[in-house]
Ligand binder design. Structure first.
Ligand SMILES: [Zn+2]
Ligand SMILES: [Zn+2]
Length: 440
């Protein structure tokens, strides 16, 4: 049925099993695809021990021929979703009827994309509630040093066994909470972009995950000691968050300015000789920052917005390109092309500022039910033992300052960082916002 947004919302995933002992349901879901199949189980060195061998035995016992594909570790003694590993998984899937992935972010991304390219279904056996990608129809992959999001297909089924998820390392659970806690700012950015830039917006995707996210935030304390009910609440919300992206047809409802800051840290990691941090851990800290920025902007007096002054002071395209080249070095060209896709012509920019000036209070009214104070976000992450500042992430105050100012360049998506820049406040208020975030 068509939604009022003009889109027909649907999901491709046929089953999600979230409970203790859920791995037993794997056989039924593989039978739903076929009997006596050729199945490739994709895992890494840790997840093969954790559940991969158990999965192999279950599937073999049911009469399937099973082969294993173990993705090797790379930098930081963990596997990465890069082109080499994608080729490896794709080769392993040759001739298989079904891929069963046993893992979290990286293994899920690799198996999702490789099975999509092979045109075969895949089932994911989740090993950690560390991110929201299990149920999404997109995969993140690093190509030539740049991380990209690629459209593919949702899994046929998701097996989320609480006995396995509850044994996940604490830092992965904390990362899952960090990814989920971006919801207030990512949703606000999704709405803002619709209001100010006329991009696609529908309330259905955000409503799918709203209540579950609130339950997970309330359960944050239990995550620090692996409490089953808390891990279940987090897992449920993350699974729904992935579905919300599928319903929206993009990552927009779950990925705003906070994600861009995290992506910036990933993008600069290799050049700086760092290993990329955990996605959700970085996103959680960046969410405290963008929440603090929302709070700062909330107190702007619309009467003080000087439309003519802002239009006159705006940088031209050449100056913008120079700034991007300075901030992004070797990635400059690529970043500029992406950034300029959201750069407004002067007439459009004037119209946007006039809108902000005249409809300022209405706009904030429309965001008030979703935004959360930075102190509250920090409290939720802190009580779960998740990182709450850049030191916890192994980064510096300089990384935060650079990420805060440069992140909006790397994607054509409009976020609160662009709102601040359009009001000529991104740089001028940066020290105040970063200090108030407590993340430096
Ligand atoms: Zn809709
Ligand atoms: Zn995320």
């Amino acid at each position: 049925m068509e939604c009022s947004c003009g889109r027909t919302h649907f999901v491709d995933t046929k089953g999600i099993v979230l409970r203790r002992g859920a791995v037993d349901a794997l056989v039924d879901w593989s039978r739903a695809i076929g009997r006596r199949q050729e199945i490739c189980v994709v895992a890494d060195r840790v997840t093969v021990e954790l559940a991969g061998e158990q999965v192999r035995r279950l599937l073999e016992k049911d009469g399937n021929r099973v082969r294993m594909c173990i993705v090797p570790n790379g930098a930081g003694a963990r596997p990465h979703a890069d082109m080499d590993n994608l080729a490896l998984v794709e080769a392993s899937l040759k001739g298989a009827d079904l891929a069963v992935a046993v893992g979290a972010g990286t293994i899920n991304d690799l198996a999702k994309l490789a099975s999509f390219q092979r045109g075969i279904p895949y089932i994911i056996v989740a090993t950690a509630p560390s991110m929201n990608g299990y149920t999404s129809a997109i995969a993140a992959i690093t190509r030539a040093g740049v991380k990209r999001t690629v459209e593919c297909r949702q899994p046929f089924a998701v097996i989320a066994d609480l006995d396995i998820l509850c044994s996940a390392p604490r830092h992965l659970v904390a990362a899952g909470l960090g990814d989920l806690e971006s919801k207030p700012t990512s949703t606000a950015d999704f709405r803002l972009s619709g209001i100010l830039r006329g991009t696609y917006y529908c309330k259905v995707p955000e409503e799918v995950v709203f209540a579950a996210e609130a339950r997970a935030a309330d359960a944050a304390e239990g995550l620090a000691h692996g409490d089953h009910a808390s891990i279940a609440a987090l897992s449920e919300a993350l699974l729904l968050s992935g579905i919300s992206m599928k319903l929206a047809g993009s990552s927009s409802p779950a990925s705003g300015g906070e994600h861009l800051i995290s992506h910036y840290w990933d993008m600069t990691a290799k050049d700086e000789g760092r290993v990329e941090g955990w996605h959700g851990a970085q996103v959680g800290v960046a969410t405290i920052v963008t929440s603090a920025l929302y709070e700062r902007l909330r107190y702007v007096d619309p009467g003080e917005i000087d439309v003519d002054g802002l239009v006159a002071a705006r940088l031209g395209e050449a100056d913008l390109r120079d700034g991007i080249a300075r901030r992004h070095g070797s990635h400059g060209e690529q970043v500029a092309a992406e950034f300029l896709s959201k750069h407004l012509q002067e007439r459009e920019y004037r119209a946007e500022i006039e809108y902000l000036k005249s409809r300022w209070e209405d706009m904030w009214e429309g965001l008030s039910d979703v935004l959360r104070p930075a102190a509250r976000v920090r409290g939720i992450l802190d009580v779960a033992g998740a990182p709450v500042n850049v030191r916890d992430l192994g980064l510096t105050a300089d990384h935060l300052r650079r990420g805060y100012l440069a992140a909006r360049d790397i994607r054509g998506r409009f976020t609160v960082l662009d709102l601040a820049a359009d009001l000529c406040m991104l740089e001028s208020s940066s020290e105040e916002v970063l200090a108030s975030s407590g993340c430096l």
